[in-house]
Design a protein around this ligand. Structure first.
Ligand SMILES: *Cc1c(COP(=O)(O)O)cnc(C)c1O
Length: 443
């Protein structure tokens, strides 16, 4: 007991002593920088709307996460859907990340980013097709997180055709409510995800009977943007009870996949320091896991947002300002097609001027798309803005570009990755020609 406690407190100390660098985006001489590059410089050079990411912040956040779990055998499988840019995936692969994918397309992204990492891929999702399963079987991924009996049968059939064995975990639904937006809460029986935890044993028995399936793990994912660690602990507790039963049933459970979902603060007035949050999250999970003793499986985790959200921002240019009655509007060149979160979830992102001046007016920051839901922020206090000035939408590194579309026939923005004083385009701006091509080619 004592050594265990010491191990945990060592991890604690290590994280606290770690050199946590300043935020990715900060003002120097009243100018907003990403690392060592002023954002106005990037905006002038690459145009707007522009996604800008700090490589150092992504690396730091991944390392903090990884280090927090060093007391237990684990693999951090970054959730590709949060930000699937190939260069960001490559950066994370270099740090030793595995990946959590939800489609055949994301599998191809991992292959392009770093082929060697395919063996550290876990495949989640309620609607995997036969083609996607076959692709993943051929790629030799680590684990299939199976979400229904139908999928189990299809996977067995695909694996049989290819004469290859699939490592299988069932995604169980632990029925744990998490305080988050209803669209991103996933761990209740009323949600479409996973199989009810109390019916899982029967399905494991069926899986074990298939020649080309190998029962290997238990997986769960209870939702996203969860900032309280207790639902995670409860879910893992329920999973460990299941692992005990499955072990008694004769299965060998080598992996426990705890999913993703750790949140961040989108409000600087209520900061949520990452090292502290991650270490309490890690403590909550590992202390439950340790109760399994020798049966303790290898831990997999699938963080997305908590690794990349604060490492990215969306830079946009003011097109017009206007006043309708009592209300001020800043109409900017980024819209809901570039950043959907405010329109989709009512999410709040802080918006800050690239050139710092005294904030004096209350305004809505809205995009050019023809929908009243097309706003980036409402009632924010900003300096008096003129057209041509730049604004920066913070914490846009996760579910920003990943959710971007061509709505209103708007080509998607460019993405730039900054490391120190170096900036690199990691996705060039889409051209109108590219946007139109799938249709113009059919005329
Ligand atoms: C979306 C998702 C994640 C990542 O969630 P975050 O909140 O971004 O950490 C992990 N696992 C699964 C199965 C998911 O669907």
């Amino acid at each position: 007991m004592r050594t265990r406690r010491r191990a945990v407190s060592n991890v604690f100390a290590k994280i606290h002593n770690m050199f946590v660098r300043p935020p990715a985006f900060e003002y120097k001489d009243r100018k907003l920088y990403c690392e060592r590059i002023p954002l106005d410089q990037l905006a002038e050079k690459y145009g707007t709307p522009l996604y800008v990411y700090s490589a150092t912040a992504i690396q730091d956040r991944f390392s903090i996460f990884d280090t927090a779990f060093e007391g237990v055998p684990h693999t951090i499988c970054y959730s590709v859907k949060a930000n699937s840019n190939l260069s960001i995936l490559r950066l994370l692969a270099k740090l030793g990340a595995g990946f959590d994918i939800v489609s055949g397309g994301e599998l191809e992204r991992v292959r392009l980013a770093d082929k060697k990492t395919l063996s550290k891929v876990v495949f989640s999702g309620v609607g995997k097709t036969a083609d996607e399963l076959a692709l993943a079987l051929r790629a030799g991924i680590l684990l299939f997180n199976v979400e229904s009996e139908g999928e189990l049968e299809l996977l067995a059939e695909c694996a049989g055709k290819l004469r290859t064995t699939a490592n299988v975990a069932l995604r169980v639904n632990p029925d744990v409510p998490a305080e988050t937006h209803p669209y991103i809460s996933t761990g209740l029986h009323e949600h479409k995800f996973g199989v009810p935890i109390d019916t899982a044993r029967g399905l494991y028995r069926r899986a074990a009977a298939h020649k080309y399936l190998k029962v290997a793990g238990v997986s769960l994912h209870i939702g996203s943007q969860i900032t309280d660690v207790s639902p995670f602990a409860i879910a893992i507790e329920r999973a460990t009870e299941l692992i005990r039963q499955l072990t008694a049933d004769g299965h060998k459970i080598r992996f426990l996949d705890g999913g993703g979902g750790l949140g961040i603060s989108y409000n600087s007035a209520q900061p949520l320091p990452f090292p502290e949050l991650v270490s309490s999250y890690a403590q909550a999970i590992t202390s439950v896991l340790q109760q399994l003793g020798k049966q303790r499986p290898h831990l997999l985790l699938e963080p997305g947002r908590s690794i990349v959200a604060p490492a990215g921002a969306l830079v946009t240019r003011v097109l017009y300002t206007k006043r309708n009655g009592a209300k001020n509007f800043a109409i900017v060149d980024a819209a809901m097609n570039d950043l959907l979160r405010p329109a989709l979830y009512g999410a709040r992102h802080e918006i800050t001027p690239v050139a710092l001046e005294e904030a004096i007016i209350q305004t809505d920051v809205v995009g050019p798309v023809c929908e009243s839901g097309d706003f980036l922020a409402r009632d924010v206090t900003l300096p008096a803005l003129g057209s041509g000035e730049y604004l920066c939408v913070l914490d846009a590194g996760a579910y920003g570009m990943a959710l971007a579309s061509n709505y209103n026939t708007r080509p998607r923005p460019a993405e730039v990755l900054v490391e120190g004083a170096r900036a690199r385009v990691i996705r060039r701006r889409e051209t109108l020609k590219e946007t139109l091509h799938p249709e113009s080619a059919c005329l």
